[in-house]
Design a protein around this ligand. Structure first.
Ligand code: SF4
Length: 188
């Protein structure tokens, strides 16, 4: 069997830090990929990218990025703007990012890929796994379906967020989730 070489798609530092620490502690061979064309503006994108890079540097983990492609994301989710979070827009968003990650894995010699897109309790893990199945079938690269929420990840990631003073955004990423988040805060 060939040596493990895992590509981990990350959305942001707060969702990935606990998983990165755990995998690094287990001496697993992995690389973190930042591909998030869903983020609503370049300032926010840069901020999340830098924070994720900071976590990888802290644990000595390779960090790679793909270009920011908000127009491609808008095309992939066109017509789904009014969908609620966890609805069809999220399925299209997950699928786009996971398909690109799978392609990157295939082109760069990784023998598996995974993601932290379902780490937050606001996300539907089954929905992420379903989107990943399409990316897996298309690329032929196996998707590691580990439920990263388990094994004390929630506690670990909150400790790291505090310890590293990580930027912890209040919304998922797209303009629609930002508007919904602001509305929820106003209504609270
Ligand atoms: S809410 Fe999050 S997962 Fe859903 S479409 Fe927006 S950025 Fe993507």
């Amino acid at each position: 069997m060939s040596e493990e070489n895992l590509l981990l798609l990350s959305c942001c530092a707060p969702c990935s830090c606990g998983v990165i620490q755990k995998l690094a502690g287990q001496k697993r061979r992995f690389t973190v990929l930042f591909y998030n064309p869903n983020i609503d503006c370049s300032q926010e994108y840069e901020k999340r990218l830098r924070e994720n890079q900071r976590v990888c540097e802290r644990f000595g983990v390779p960090f790679v990025t793909l270009p920011y492609e908000p127009q491609a994301w808008r095309a992939a989710t066109a017509g789904l703007e009014r969908e609620p979070e966890r609805g069809k827009r999220c399925s299209a968003c997950f699928e786009m990012r996971l398909r690109r990650a799978a392609r990157y894995a295939k082109e760069n010699g990784f023998n598996a890929f995974s993601s932290v897109l379902g780490v937050s309790r606001h996300k539907d893990l089954e929905q992420v796994n379903e989107a990943a199945a399409h990316a897996e079938a298309e690329s032929g690269v196996p998707y590691d379906r580990t439920n990263w929420r388990k094994g004390g990840n929630e506690i670990l990631r909150h400790e790291l967020i505090k310890e590293m003073a990580l930027y912890n955004q209040r919304y998922c990423g797209c303009a629609f989730s930002r508007a919904q988040g602001e509305k929820n805060e106003k209504d609270a």
